[in-house]
Design a protein around this ligand. Sequence first.
Ligand SMILES: *Cc1c(COP(=O)(O)O)cnc(C)c1O
Length: 491
Amino acid sequence: MKYLSSRDQTIKLSASQAIIKGLADDGGLFVPEYFPKLELEELKDMDYKDIAVEILSMYFTNFSKESLRDIVHRAYVGKFIEGIVPVKEVGDVYFLELYHGPTLAFKDMALAILPHLLKEALSLEGIDKEVVILTATSGDTGKAALEGFAGVENTRIVVFYPEKGVSQIQKLQMISQEGDNTLVVGIHGNFDNAQTGVKEIFNDESLKRILEEEGYLLSSANSINIGRLIPQIVYYVHAYVELLRMEEIGLGEGINIVVPTGNFGNILAAYYGMKMGLPINKLICASNENNVLTDFFNTGIYDRRRELILTSSPSMDILISSNLERLIYDLSGGNSQLVMDKMKELSQAGYYKVDLDLSKFYAHFSSEEEVDKTIKEVFDHYNYLIDTHTAVAYDVYQKYKQGSKDNTKTIIASTASPFKFGSAVAKAIGLKLEVKDEFTILKELARRANLELPKAISQLREKEILHKKNCYKDEMKAILMDYLKAGEKDV
Ligand SMILES: *Cc1c(COP(=O)(O)O)cnc(C)c1O
């Protein structure tokens, strides 16, 4: 299996090369040259890990099956709950709980495995360098990447976060991060400052040369890496197999999948599953008030020329959904020239129009009021607590169902633990919040919902603060260099 650039099919790399590079040299995204076919019948007796090994070995063909088995084991065993991704029937839908990993959100599914894939890819390519992952974070991705990379040999992870721009819990999660190969630094400034600083480091050719000479390779844990995308196909296939086992569906019966969408990675993985033969009736793309994708699927016009709105589902506050490029590539029959043209229009004019068959998708969005109302309704009716992102998906599904009268069995991708966005959830179900302390709110929320507070949160209070460094944006390069030279955590 080779990986082609979505903007130039003459660029062809192996899986390991594509994972190391992340992004093609022409700015395109790596796409698989074909879709392998699933044998659902054969997967029926397999657990999550076995299904993962099967699917990964279809895509990462230059990795040995033994190494993939080892990688899957390292990624998911002990770090996730038993069963990894439970499917819960609630009312007329099945929630796919993707948040039982170390940081309580679905990004763990991919970031737990990427470091191990990357390490094996380097070994396959005979690259004898230490990879330095550099990330600016607004909260969630940074912690998930830290958890994924901590303790992984031949890698280091450096995370910059806006010192006053993340929640109390998010900050505690990051600055208590263990692992000799981790560094977390607060920036005096906002997320954009941190992001710009990281981009400047990536664009500094002389700095990169110095690092290479010292035996380091700079990389990012970006969400467009195929090493993050392909492992996300697994949980949709696993969920289908679970529904078969529960005799909720018969073999070959179509299902709907609803995904709260931001960068279009999670829903694209479901689409890739469909291309492999997973029977899917509708893919339902749910957005918050940043509804660029709703407009796109309903008109064929992608238009980013609007203000970004800050919502209670911040992981979906996005105007440019990078992974959509892969969908356009596929729907256009692999027309890389068209992809190139459209992406140029997007960056220059701020919009583009395509004439493609988008009918496999249904798209809608939720207002902030609808999100709150949905969390309360689901809790009141079913005693089931969902977070703000998952509420967007559930609300959009209700809109779809009302309009279509479609009774197909439906899976909702549940992307974060309600405790991860606990204050918003507590407010939505009507908890009186006299106290401002997040821990107290979360405890009360757990009590009210009769749930146990996840250990990842309850243990935070006792954790030692290991990363105390703060800096200004123009000090980031020096801090990085000092850290790499010292080879120690505290610089
Ligand atoms: C990242 C994220 C999303 C959006 O997923 P995409 O793959 O970017 O579309 C949704 N919900 C949560 C909780 C997330 O962290």
